[in-house]
Design a protein around this ligand. Structure first.
Ligand code: PNS
Length: 188
């Protein structure tokens, strides 16, 4: 019997509860699902590819048919290399649709045998994105309900390190403490 293998490519910077929701849904319809982290040198990611991979490995440890990998270059070439017949992508809202449709059609042009499968995460994740999680974390907002506990912890560690550097720089530049995010101020 033919087994259906799919890749779920993305930046995952960082992985969120919405990504996990989609992975769970994907794991139910595909025989094998590879979560593929793009190592994109054009972007300036908060987490390294290795860090994102590790977080996703921990998050998906409970799914027998889910693995995590990293890739570079075209998604269609990677899919071909690993023998996947489908690309899984999430659509949260209509605003995602245009970009996702364009990408799906371009991928089909490049590799006609590869299908894109769109799935919707639970409504409660429809407003959730990695970009917002980064921004909320950087500004000291609550992120625990948006990402798995491990990711929240890693995000705090990462932002604390960044903040230490920022502290040194801001002292030199005379930036007032009032301008710093609330939760990042040192206790006096
Ligand atoms: O999580 P993201 O950032 O929305 O994921 C976008 C991703 C990684 C799926 C897309 O940028 C991609 O496929 N990049 C690999 C390069 C590629 O294949 N580009 C042509 C897309 S039509």
């Amino acid at each position: 019997m033919k087994r259906l293998k799919a890749i779920y490519p993305g930046s995952f910077d960082p992985p969120t509860n919405g990504h996990l929701d989609l992975i769970e849904r994907g794991s139910k319809i595909f025989d094998e699902l590879v979560v593929a982290v793009l190592g994109n040198p054009e972007k300036d990611p908060l987490f390294s590819v290795a860090e994102r991979r590790k977080m996703l490995e921990v998050m998906t440890a409970g799914y027998d048919n889910v693995t995590v990998d990293t890739f570079g270059g075209l998604t269609v070439d990677y899919a071909l290399r690993v023998g996947a017949g489908a690309v899984l992508r999430g659509i949260r809202a209509i605003s995602d649709y245009e970009y996702e449709l364009q990408m799906a059609l371009m991928n089909r042009k490049l590799q006609p045998g590869l299908e894109t499968v769109f799935m919707m995460p639970a409504e409660k994740y429809s407003y959730l994105s990695s970009r917002l999680v980064r921004e909320i974390g950087q500004l000291g907002g609550a992120i625990d309900c948006l990402v798995p506990p491990l990711v929240a912890q890693k995000l705090r560690e990462k932002l604390d390190v960044a903040h230490k550097f920022e502290d040194d720089g801001s002292q030199e530049q005379g930036v007032s403490p009032e301008r710093k995010p609330k939760s990042r101020r040192k206790k006096s």
